[in-house]
Design a binder for this molecule. Sequence first.
Ligand SMILES: Cc1ncc(CO)c(N)n1
Length: 229
Amino acid sequence: MPMTVPLGREGGLFRALRAGAAREWDAYCWHPFVQGLAEGTLPLAAFRRYLVQDYLFLVQFARAQALAVVKAESLEAMREKGRVVQAILDETKLHLVYCREWGLDEAAVLAEPEAPETVGYTRWVMDQGFRGDILDLEVALAPCTIGYGEVAMRIEAHPGRLRDGNPYENWIVQYASPDYQAVARGAAERLDRLGESHGGAARIASLTRVFAEASRLEADFWQMGLNAS
Ligand SMILES: Cc1ncc(CO)c(N)n1
């Protein structure tokens, strides 16, 4: 399994959660679906299934980030989360363009029902936000944002990584890009800060359960793609 330097700072909350949920985190970040992306061996049908559901995921992910605007701890954090919501809503449009390149037209994507894995994951994240505070919500959101940053880094570090003629090259490049890596790094830093301000150390057991569950639900999302092939 390719290893990379984790995001967040030494002794910070993100690294504590990552270490506490190492089994679930590794199963997510180096899922067979991810290996298939890296090696260019993933069945095309698996990727198409994933792509359509990921569009539906992003819409719900924007709603969950919007809940973080509501739950934010400061005006500055409200502004920051508001920008995140806007960025995701813009990304959904790009996602439809990308789907089109894969032969999935907009009408077909919009008509597709959400898979149980998509509903299960996104509504569970929302529920963490409704029942808890901003830190519970950000921990539930963290594996999405930070995880895809690490997934891309692991793919790049994989000795078996196929570059020439890899059908998934665009996808990999998007998440390995400096822009996305900065988003992932920023999310890990925000989690570390919230850990300090919101009693992360005293809450580590319950927060680790939330982080592990989100990681497990991310792995289920990859698996949903594989199950379609
Ligand atoms: C399921 C899932 N998790 C995380 C991301 C990263 O934005 C994504 N696009 N889809």
